[in-house]
Ligand binder design. Structure first.
Ligand code: PLP
Length: 362
């Protein structure tokens, strides 16, 4: 890896961060008259802890990392954006991303006016390592991987991820938003092996807390220090920190919901495979299923009419004809399957009708 100082934008290297009011004092104060807060309306009158010490210490013991290796953001969106702002000089630097993948990397790049070099996955939705490394030049700062990948649903091969980590001298961002649904190991255990690795995880998926907006980035403490230096001082609000602490105390509840979703995913896969208009159900390591059909738009629109919303991914590279379906509750999944069987009936009826018309024309 290039030294961090060589990868950082010059303005970030020299940046002096905002010093928040409570920075200079860390004990338990009795009287707080430093931040122009209102003394009434406890506890929401107080600014949140800018370092989220309690939440980080819980996460550190849960994930077996140091608190200095954790950054917390307003969703994963925040660390994604901060990585661009820390490392990529607008109009000059570039990043590499796999294709297809999560749309937010491209959006963050566009906002920051940074070129994204997209490198197609192979037909098995795995990395083309030589092609990824070939896309690198001396202005390439970040390389985005996502495992399990969205929208394809599969884990990337560990050996390929290692090859990218060893072969690229910039920062590798490995998005593990769905890792809790996957059979394999997180790269978190190996954080200390790779100083150029940033792992993204989130409270939005397996933890069931998309509403509180809490994303995690794990990396070497020097890199985490950079993200912490450039974030908004109070980026994680009081309510989010409270709710996260509550949730972190009830890990068994989270494990229960993961088990439930995995068994629902299995049932859904079996049922989807039986539908005649489904050409392929891709194996999933996440809480969603990618399904190839012969009429994605019609199915999508039919479901919208039934007030069931899924994701049309048919215009995405390597995903021609594909729909992405999130695994819901048992009740939601039955409603989905019921609607798809109804579509099947209309579909076979209209196919028969077309055939009849065709034979009548002779
Ligand atoms: C859903 C998702 C996230 C989560 O984003 P948040 O901002 O934390 O809600 C991150 N990465 C990928 C690939 C996702 O699909």
């Amino acid at each position: 890896m290039k030294p961090l100082n060589q990868l950082l934008r010059p303005n970030i290297k020299g940046l002096k961060p905002y010093s928040s009011a409570r920075e200079e004092y860390t004990g338990e104060a009795a009287v707080l008259l430093d931040a122009n807060e209102n003394p009434f309306n406890e506890p929401y009158n107080r600014y949140p802890d800018p370092h989220q010490r309690k939440v980080k210490s819980k996460i550190a013991s849960l994930k077996d990392v140091e608190t200095s290796q954790i950054f917390l953001g307003n969703g994963s969106d925040e660390p994604i954006d901060l990585l661009f702002r820390a490392f990529c000089e607008p109009g000059i630097d570039n990043v590499i991303s796999i294709d297809p993948t999560y749309g937010m990397y491209q959006v963050a790049a566009d906002i920051n006016n940074v070129e994204v070099r997209r490198v197609l996955l192979n037909e098995a939705f795995q990395l083309d390592v030589p092609a990824l490394l070939k896309a690198v030049d001396d202005r390439t700062k970040l390389l985005f991987l996502c495992s399990p990948n969205n929208p394809t649903g599969n884990c990337l091969n560990t050996a390929d991820i290692e090859a990218v980590l060893n072969g690229f001298d910039g920062i590798v961002v490995l998005d593990e938003a769905y890792i809790d649904f996957a059979p394999g190991q997180s790269f978190l255990k190996r954080l200390n092996e790779f100083p150029n690795l940033v792992i993204l995880q989130t409270f939005s998926k397996a933890w069931g807390m998309a509403g509180i907006r809490l994303g995690m980035a794990f990396a070497d403490k020097e890199l985490i220090g950079v993200l912490s230096k450039i974030k908004y001082p109070y980026n994680i609000n009081v309510l989010t920190q409270q709710k996260a602490l509550e949730l972190l105390a009830s890990e068994s509840q989270v494990n229960f919901s993961i088990e439930k979703l995995l068994s629902e995913r299995g049932l859904l896969e079996v049922a989807l495979k039986q539908l005649p208009f489904v050409q392929k159900v891709y194996p999933s390591d996440a809480n969603f299923i990618l399904v190839k059909t012969d009429r994605p738009k019609e199915i999508y629109n039919f479901l919208v009419e039934k007030k069931i919303i899924i994701r049309d991914r048919s215009s995405v590279a390597l995903c021609e004809g594909c729909l992405r379906i999130t695994v819901g509750s048992p009740a939601e999944n039955s409603l989905l399957l019921e609607a798809l069987r109804m579509f099947e009936m209309c579909y076979t009826e209209s196919a028969k009708f077309r055939k009849r018309k065709w034979s009548q024309s002779f």
